[in-house]
Design a protein around this ligand. Structure first.
Ligand code: IDP
Ligand code: MG
Length: 166
């Protein structure tokens, strides 16, 4: 069954120059990348992304983490992987949420750590199910950013200023 999964290379992954290594690991899935971009992460975007975790004791720290405040860079790389069982395949390659418990051969097992303040710095985000994947992909991408039509779209007229090359 074809599915889409949102992947974020989190600020620690970028700071540690792991983009290439992570993409190489994910390519073992043989899935197709249908969208990719660098995103500057606002607090509002991070809070919306993790809204189901607001009552967790580590919520404030993971917002700072995703916003790049722990790594001096307010950006993540966002990608959409698409294909058969994309979520399960990507989550398997990512490994367990807790990087100390993740298998050593997984992305989080290889590159993650737990900080002294207790944040699981686990270098990537992977959607956890199809409902979350759809919510997250619609949050991080506009329809035009994705090369296939994953979800129904509608056309509306908008008058707005856009930047063009000067
Ligand atoms: P997931 O990223 O494996 O889906 P979630 O439960 O959605 O795990 O948690 C979101 C993120 O919050 C994790 O990737 C990790 O960075 C952080 N996190 C989750 N649980 C804990 C915890 O118990 N302590 C510290 N950080 C955590
Ligand atoms: Mg999750």
């Amino acid at each position: 069954m074809n599915q889409a999964a949102l992947i974020l290379i989190k600020p620690d992954g970028l700071k540690k120059s792991l983009t290439g290594n992570i993409l190489t690991r994910l390519s073992e899935s043989k899935l197709e990348i249908v969208a990719a971009k660098m995103v500057r992460v606002s607090k509002a975007l991070a809070e919306e992304h993790y809204k189901h975790l607001t009552d967790k004791p580590f919520f404030a720290e993971i917002i700072k983490y995703l916003c790049g405040e722990l790594h001096d860079r307010r950006k993540v790389m966002a990608l959409v992987y698409w294909g058969d069982c994309a979520i399960a395949k990507c989550r398997e390659l990512a490994g367990s949420t807790n990087p100390e418990e993740a298998e050593a051969t997984t992305i989080r097992g290889s590159y993650g750590r737990i900080t002294t303040s207790g944040v699981y710095e686990n270098v990537i985000h992977v959607s956890s199910n199809e409902i979350e994947a759809e919510r997250e992909i619609k949050l991080w991408f506009n329809p035009g950013d994705i090369i296939v039509e994953l979800y129904p779209v509608k056309e509306i007229s908008k008058v707005k200023k856009v930047k063009v090359w000067g």
